[in-house]
Design a binder for this molecule. Structure first.
Ligand code: ADP
Ligand code: MG
Length: 251
C-alpha cells in the first residue's frame, strides 16, 4: 500500500469518518464529505461548530484523530504520505489575509513557487503576474501589503494560492474580516474562479453567495454534518430544526 490510491471518478476530495479532538474536547465527530472535480461545496454552521478545524484537517494543518482524507487520489492520512508535496496541490485562503508583510506583492506570489516548487524566478514571476491579473490587481505588483485595502490583500492572498496551481482551493470565511463595501470584490473573484471550473471548499457566512455559487451546501453543527444537499434546498428549504434556526439568525 502507498499513499496513492485510485481516485474514484471525478472526486477531488473524499473525507470519511473524520474525527478531531483537542484533549477531551471532541470537535469533529465523524464527518463524511466529498467534493467532485469542478464543484463548489459551501460549509455553513454556527461559530465553534468545527468548520475551521475541518478545513485545517483537509490540508493537515491539524492532524485528524480518526478518519481518512483523500485529495486527488492521494491519501493524506496514510502514514507514508509526503505531506509537504501533497499540500502544494491544496490552496488555502484564511479569514486574516496572512500576507508576508515585509515582501511586496510580487514576492508574496513568487516566494513559495521558488522555494517549494523550485520554479525559476522567471517562471514564478510569469505565473504570479498571470494570477495577479486574474484577481484584477496587476497595477499593485510592486505594492507592500500595508498599502492595500483588506479586500485587495485578500485578493492577493487568493492570487498567491492560485500561483501554486492547486487542484483544490479551501476558503475559510475569506470575507469575514472585511469592511462590508469590500466583500463584493472578493466574492466576485471567487465567483469567477468557480465559473472557470476551480474545485472549491468554502466555509462562509455569505448565504447569498452560497446559494448562487455552491453546487452543494453542508450545514455543520456540533462537529457533525446535520444536513446537506443542493444550495436551494439547504438554504432555501431546510429540513432540520437546527438548520432552520441557524438560518433564521443569519439571513
Ligand atoms: P468554527 O470555525 O466553526 O467557528 P473551530 O473549528 O474554529 O469552529 O472550533 C471548534 C472548536 O474547537 C471550538 O470550541 C474551538 O475552541 C476548538 N478549537 C479549535 N482549535 C483548537 C485548538 N488548536 N486547541 C484547542 N481547541 C481548539
Ligand atoms: Mg472558523
Amino acid at each position: 500500500m502507498t499513499a496513492a490510491t485510485e481516485a474514484p471518478d471525478g472526486l477531488a476530495v473524499e473525507i470519511t469518518g473524520l474525527a478531531k479532538s483537542f484533549g477531551s474536547l471532541e470537535v469533529l465527530k465523524g464527518i463524511d464529505l466529498s467534493v467532485r472535480r469542478g464543484d463548489v461545496v459551501c460549509v455553513i454552521g454556527p461559530s465553534g461548530s468545527g468548520k475551521s478545524t475541518l478545513l485545517r484537517c483537509v490540508n493537515l494543518l491539524e492532524e485528524p484523530s480518526a478518519g481518512r482524507i483523500v485529495v486527488n487520489g492521494v491519501e493524506l492520512t496514510h502514514p507514508d504520505v509526503d505531506i509537504d508535496r501533497a499540500r502544494t496541490g491544496i490552496g488555502m485562503v484564511f479569514q486574516g489575509f496572512n500576507l508576508f508583510s515585509h515582501l511586496n506583492v510580487l514576492n508574496n506570489l513568487t516566494v513559495a513557487q521558488r522555494k517549494v516548487l523550485k520554479r525559476s524566478p522567471d517562471e514564478a514571476q510569469r505565473i504570479a503576474l498571470r494570477n495577479l491579473e486574474r484577481v484584477g490587481l496587476s497595477e499593485k505588483v510592486d505594492a507592500m501589503p500595508a498599502q492595500l485595502s483588506g479586500g485587495q490583500q485578500q485578493r492577493v492572498a487568493i492570487a498567491r494560492a492560485l500561483s501554486m496551481e492547486p487542484s483544490v482551493m479551501l476558503f475559510d470565511e475569506p470575507t469575514s474580516a472585511l469592511d462590508p463595501e469590500l466583500v463584493g470584490d472578493v466574492l466576485g473573484v471567487m465567483r469567477q474562479l468557480a465559473d472557470e471550473g476551480m474545485t472549491m471548499l468554502v466555509v462562509t457566512h455569505e448565504m447569498q453567495f452560497a446559494r448562487e455559487v455552491a453546487d452543494r451546501v453542508l450545514f455543520v453543527d456540533g462537529g457533525l454534518v446535520v444536513e446537506e444537499g443542493p444550495a436551494e434546498q439547504v438554504i432555501g428549504d431546510p429540513r432540520h430544526e437546527r438548520t432552520k434556526s441557524f438560518l433564521a439568525r443569519v439571513l
